[in-house]
Design a protein around this ligand. Structure first.
Ligand SMILES: [Fe+2]
Length: 264
């Protein structure tokens, strides 16, 4: 299986992904062994810890590609960003400091704040992006606490036209049973667009794309093929249809659950 990975933190010394070149090369080799042939490099941008300007990422990606080639690691890398949602997103786009997933500036890999889905996203930012022909690819929605509490938020975003990138490790066992279960529910409700690794150097965050895809093949072979094709389409700036989306019921905690927990 040849795979496109749209979410990775393997540029050396750039964010919390990889501390040095040696580690970056090790991660690149692991990704290649995992079946990845093309990788969007997406250092964090505009979150509370990191700013990685467009021009810097482009330069660092070029330099890293040269090293990969020299080391004969068969991985083609592209400059990108994991753009953290803030109220200043449109401003950053206007200042030409945002990198897209594709050369036609159509898709943004967008990270929501971990704790919630800000109300201003669907009210202000999304319509403005839509007007400009930009589609957000919501990264790891399964790990967003707002979506975990209220699955309807994800349905509303996808129904409006957002795409989603589920994390391979979320579909396996890295982030706990609850995240794995929600990932499965998102997949079953046709609210997922593709898998990516979100690879970092630390334990539990290494690339496991192949294992996630094998699990999806076992559950739904056609969907696994669609996920691989969707990743390619996003990188190429092509259409990604999201047919048959369904709502996921949010399981409300029952009175008895709460009572039991409060007595423990
Ligand atoms: Fe990430």
């Amino acid at each position: 299986m040849t795979l496109v990975d749209l979410h990775s933190h393997i540029l050396p010394g750039v964010d919390d992904g990889s501390p040095d070149l040696e580690t970056s090369l090790e991660l690149a080799r692991e990704s290649v062994a995992d079946g990845v042939t093309h990788m969007l490099l997406t250092p964090h941008h505009m979150d509370s810890n990191y700013v990685n300007h467009k021009r810097d990422v482009i330069e660092k990606t070029k330099a890293f590609q040269q090293i990969l080639d020299r080391e004969q690691i068969p991985l083609k890398v592209f400059p990108g960003q994991e753009v953290h949602l803030t109220e200043h997103l449109i401003e950053a786009i206007d200042h030409d400091d945002i990198l897209y997933a594709d050369a036609d500036n159509r898709y943004i890999m967008l990270e929501l704040p971990h704790t919630h889905v800000p109300e201003y996203f669907m009210r202000n930012i999304f319509p403005e992006l839509q007007t400009r022909g930009i589609t957000p690819v919501i990264v790891h929605p399964e790990r967003n606490q707002g979506i975990q509490r209220d699955h309807q938020l994800l349905y509303d975003m996808v129904k409006a036209g957002c795409l989603t990138q589920l994390t391979a490790n979320s579909y396996l066992d890295t982030f706990g049973e609850r995240v794995t279960q929600l990932t499965q529910e998102i997949i079953d409700a046709n609210l997922g667009s593709t898998f990516s690794s979100d690879v970092h150097a630390y334990k539990g965050r290494r690339s496991r794309m192949n294992a996630a895809y094998q699990k999806l093949v076992d559950n739904d072979r056609d969907k696994a093929v669609t996920y691989t094709e969707n990743a390619k389409a996003i990188l190429n700036g092509e259409d990604v249809p999201m047919p048959g989306i369904q709502e996921i019921r949010t399981k409300k905690k029952s009175f008895w659950d709460k009572l039991f927990k409060s007595k423990k």
